[in-house]
Design a protein around this ligand. Structure first.
Ligand code: FES
Length: 571
C-alpha cells in the first residue's frame, strides 16, 4: 500500500508529473527530501483547541505520536479538523457531529497520506472521527486525550459532569449555599482531560477500544499519566505497521466487532449517546444496527463496571482496575474473538494475557458475579415511540421504572425554561414531564435537554427524580428516570408531539413498554391539527434539517450512509 494512496492523489493539476514536482517543492519547506516521501506518510488528524477544553492538552500527545511514527520509519504530518467541545459549543455539539465527520472524511481523502491517527476525546469528536475514517477507509487508528483525574471536595470524590448536575440541583433546591457551590465549581475539573465519569467521552473511548480501533488499554489511561505518552508513541508506531499491512477500518469495523462494542457499552453502563453514535459509524460501512439488537445484547450482557453515573467509581479507578481489557476479558465468553483489531491481530490475541485483579473487584466485578445480570441501556417501544426510545435503568430510580402518570407538557426548551420554576405550575411528583421539539430536526441538533430540571417547588419538597420523556438526548454524565431519543420525533409528526397535558402515560421498563393512553382515533385527529415547524432557510442548519436521520437510525445525514459502491469496496 505504501505510496499508492499518495500516487492516487497526485492528479490535482491534470499532470501527475507537475503535481509531484510542485508538491515536492513545497514539502521542502519542512526540510523533507524527495526520498522521504517514499516512506509511509501518516496524517495526524488534530482536534487541538483551547475552546474545546477536553482537547487543550493534546499537543504533547501529538508530539509523542510523531515520535512513534518516526521510530517506525514513517513521516508524521499534523492536519487540523473541527474540534467540538461539549461545554463551550452552542446550541449543541451534536448539530456539528456530522460536519466534523465530513471534515475528517474529506481531509483524509483529499490529502496525500497513507494512514491516519485520529486524536480526539470530547463526546462528539471520537464518533465523528470514526465515522469519517470508516468512510475514507485508509489505515486508521484512534487515540483519545484521556480522562481527567478525580476531583475532590471536602473529602468526597467529585466527577465532571455528574456532580456539576447533582450539586446544581442541590443548589437550586437550597441544600448548597453560594460559597459552597463556588468552591465545588473550582474543584469539578481539576486536571486536563475529558470528563472522568462514564459519560459519553469515556464511553466512546471504551467502545472504540472494544471495536478494535484503539490499542488495548487506551480508553482509561488518565490524561496526566505518563503511560498515556507511551500509548501515544505505541499508536504512532502501530499506524506505520497498519499501513504496511494495509489494515483498514472496513476490516476492523464489522457487525461482529460492533456487537463486541455494544456488549462493552452495556457492561460498563455507558452513555445512551453511544447508541446513536455506533449506529452512525455502522451506517458508514453499510451495516445496520437496529435498536432491537442493542436491547437483545443488553439483556444478555452482565453489568460489571461500577462506574458513575450508574455506579460509584470513576475513570481513574477504572484504569487501576484494568480498564477496557479487564472488562473484555470478563466478557470473553460473549465476544467475537476472531475480529481484527488495530494491533494487527485478532481480539483473542490481545486478551490472551489479560489478568483481572481481584483487588479491584469493587470496580470491575466478574462475569459470574455481576452488579446486575443485564446491561445498562434498555430500549422501549409503544404507541408513544413506535420507532423506539432508550433509558438507562441503572441511573434511574428503581421505583419509577414501572409508573403510570399524568403528562405535563412543555412544547420546547424555551417553554420549559419559562415555566419550570413558575410557582403556579400545575405539577406533582407523580406526573410525567414531557419535552417536545428537541429531536434531531426540531431543536435542531438533538440537544442534551432530556434530563429536564425538577421544578423548583418540588425540589424544595425534597423531590429529586421524576419520569421525564423527550425526543432529546441527555449527557452521558446525567442521571434520573429519563426516557430519551423518542422516535419519530415531534418535529416530523411523531406521537410525542401530539401529547397534551393531562394525557395518561404508562412506563414499564421491564416489559420495554412506553404507552400513551390515548385512542388511535384521537391521535389521528390531533395529527390533522398538527403543523410542522418552520425550518431554517439557509446554511448548514438547513442542510442538517433536510438530511438528518432520526435517532434510531443514528442521526447521520442520509447522503453519508454507505452506498452499494462502498459496500462492494469493503467486501
Ligand atoms: Fe468534553 Fe465532558 S465536556 S468530555
Amino acid at each position: 500500500m505504501t505510496g499508492k494512496q499518495k500516487e492516487k492523489k497526485l492528479t490535482s493539476y491534470g499532470d501527475a508529473g507537475f503535481s509531484k514536482f510542485i508538491r515536492q517543492a513545497f514539502n521542502r519547506q519542512l526540510g523533507f527530501e524527495k526520498e522521504d516521501f517514499e516512506k509511509p506518510v501518516i496524517g495526524i488528524c488534530n482536534t487541538k483547541s483551547e475552546i474545546n477544553r477536553c482537547h487543550s492538552h493534546i499537543q504533547p500527545l501529538i508530539d509523542a505520536i510523531k515520535k512513534g511514527v518516526l521510530m517506525a520509519g514513517g513521516i508524521p504530518l499534523e492536519f487540523p479538523t473541527i474540534s467540538l467541545g461539549e461545554i463551550n459549543t452552542s446550541p449543541t455539539t451534536m448539530l456539528y457531529r456530522n460536519m466534523a465527520a465530513m471534515d475528517t472524511e474529506e481531509m483524509i481523502k483529499a490529502q496525500p497520506i497513507d494512514g491516519v491517527v485520529l486524536i480526539g476525546g470530547c463526546d462528539k469528536v471520537t464518533p465523528s472521527q470514526l465515522m469519517g475514517a470508516a468512510s475514507a477507509d485508509i489505515p486508521s487508528i484512534m487515540i483519545t486525550g484521556g480522562p481527567m483525574n478525580n476531583g475532590e471536595y471536602e473529602g468526597k470524590t467529585l466527577g465532571a459532569c455528574s456532580d456539576c448536575r447533582f450539586f446544581w440541583q442541590e443548589y437550586r433546591g437550597g441544600e448548597v449555599d453560594e460559597k459552597s457551590i463556588e468552591e465545588i465549581n473550582a474543584a469539578l475539573a481539576p486536571t486536563a482531560g475529558h470528563c472522568m465519569v462514564m459519560g459519553s467521552a469515556s464511553t466512546m473511548a471504551v467502545c472504540s477500544e472494544a471495536m478494535g480501533m484503539m490499542l488495548p488499554g487506551g480508553a482509561a489511561i488518565p490524561a496526566t499519566e505518563n503511560k498515556r505518552m507511551k500509548h501515544a508513541i505505541d499508536t504512532g508506531k502501530k499506524i506505520v505497521e497498519l499501513v504496511e499491512k494495509d489494515v483498514r477500518p472496513s476490516q476492523i469495523i464489522t457487525i461482529n466487532s460492533l456487537e463486541n462494542s455494544i456488549r462493552a457499552l452495556m457492561a460498563v453502563g455507558g452513555s445512551t449517546n453511544a447508541v446513536i453514535h455506533l449506529t452512525a459509524i455502522a451506517g458508514r460501512l453499510g451495516i445496520e444496527l437496529p435498536l432491537d439488537l442493542f436491547d437483545q445484547l443488553s439483556r444478555t450482557t452482565p453489568f460489571i463496571a461500577n462506574l458513575r453515573p450508574a455506579g460509584q467509581y470513576q475513570m481513574e479507578d477504572f484504569y487501576r482496575a484494568g480498564g477496557t481489557p479487564a472488562v473484555l476479558k470478563e466478557l470473553e465468553p460473549l465476544l467475537h474473538l476472531d475480529e481484527m483489531t488495530v494491533t494487527g491481530a485478532p481480539l483473542r490475541d490481545s486478551l490472551h494475557d489479560v489478568k483481572v485483579s481481584d483487588v479491584y473487584r469493587n470496580i470491575i466485578t466478574s462475569f459470574n458475579s455481576p452488579l446486575h445480570k443485564e446491561g445498562g441501556i434498555a430500549v422501549l417501544k409503544g404507541n408513544l415511540a413506535p420507532d423506539g426510545a432508550v433509558i438507562k435503568p441503572k441511573a434511574a430510580s428503581s421505583e419509577l421504572l414501572k409508573h403510570t402518570g399524568r403528562a405535563v407538557v412543555f412544547t420546547s426548551s424555551h417553554d420549559l425554561e419559562n415555566r419550570i420554576d413558575d410557582p403556579e405550575l400545575d405539577i406533582s411528583p407523580e406526573d410525567i414531564m414531557i419535552l417536545q421539539n428537541t429531536g434531531p430536526v426540531g431543536a435542531p441538533g438533538m440537544p442534551e435537554a432530556g434530563m429536564l430540571p425538577i421544578p423548583n417547588k418540588l425540589l424544595k419538597q425534597g423531590v429529586r427524580d421524576m419520569v421525564r420523556i423527550s425526543d432529546a438526548r441527555m449527557s452521558g454524565t446525567a442521571f434520573g428516570t429519563v426516557i430519551l431519543h423518542v422516535a419519530p420525533e415531534s418535529a416530523v409528526g411523531g406521537p410525542i408531539g401530539l401529547i397534551k397535558t393531562g394525557d395518561i402515560i404508562e412506563l414499564d421498563v421491564e416489559n420495554r413498554k412506553l404507552e400513551l393512553h390515548v385512542s388511535a382515533e384521537e391521535l389521528e385527529q390531533r395529527k390533522t391539527e398538527w403543523t410542522a415547524p418552520v425550518f431554517e432557510d439557509r446554511g448548514y442548519t438547513r442542510l442538517y434539517q433536510n438530511h438528518v436521520l432520526q435517532a434510531d437510525k443514528g442521526c447521520d445525514f442520509d447522503f453519508l450512509l454507505a452506498t452499494n459502491k462502498d459496500k462492494v469496496k469493503t467486501e
